[in-house]
Design a protein around this ligand. Structure first.
Ligand SMILES: [Zn+2]
Length: 205
């Protein structure tokens, strides 16, 4: 049995939040509460879940908004990169793992949009990508701490995942709310650049 994923969109900013849970143990985690804290808590209660963790894909305010509300209501611990958020309860880096019941979530460090940007890989084939990879688009690299060369390397790495991997992005910026690596390799211009120079022209131009 694998983890289940509920995607919730905030009206403000088109942010996507995720409620991830193990259907057997009823242990859950919320990724990027954004402006949907109340709805996430309601959905977790409806499903009779214990929310153990709040995790952030990165430290930008539109994603971390709602952290405190979820933590206060559930007692959840904060899991994030210390490169983006000061002193999280559970500091995450490349290779970190999180457990929900019997299920394991793998952490990929994918810098470029921000120094501590992370993606969460939920086996067998779901990837929560934050603001690194969107459906047909990519995150900005011109914000403080952003780095287009790092972002290019992170996107190349994601593009090398199995083509059936499903993409769950941090904003609703594309023609559909989710996609796959196969779809992105075909339709995302940022994954189709011939080299890093072309990517930088497209991303920073
Ligand atoms: Zn961001």
């Amino acid at each position: 049995m694998s983890l289940e994923i509920v995607q919730i969109k905030s009206l403000s900013g088109g942010n996507f939040s995720y409620l991830v849970f193990c259907p057997r143990s009823r242990e859950g985690m919320i990724i990027d509460p954004s402006f949907a804290a109340e709805e996430l808590l309601a959905r977790a209660a409806e499903k009779n879940l214990r929310v153990l963790l709040v995790a952030n894909t990165h430290g930008h305010r539109d994603h971390t908004e709602g952290n405190r509300r979820i933590m206060a209501a559930s007692g959840a611990l904060l899991a994030a990169s210390p490169l983006d958020l000061p002193q999280p309860d559970i500091p995450l880096a490349e290779g970190s793992v999180l457990k929900l019941g019997e299920e394991t979530i793998h952490v990929l460090h994918t810098p470029g949009h921000s120094p501590g940007s992370l993606c969460f890989l939920l086996p067998p084939g779901d990837l929560v990508t934050g603001d690194t990879l969107f459906v047909t688009k990519a995150g900005r690299a011109d914000l403080p701490g952003g780095n287009p060369r790092e972002l290019y390397a992170s996107l190349k790495r994601l593009a090398a995942l199995p083509e059936s991997t499903r993409i769950h992005p941090g904003h609703d910026y594309g023609p559909s709310p989710v996609s796959t690596i196969a779809f992105e390799k075909e339709h995302n211009p940022y994954l189709r650049c011939a080299d890093v120079e072309e990517f930088i022209r497209l991303r920073m131009g």
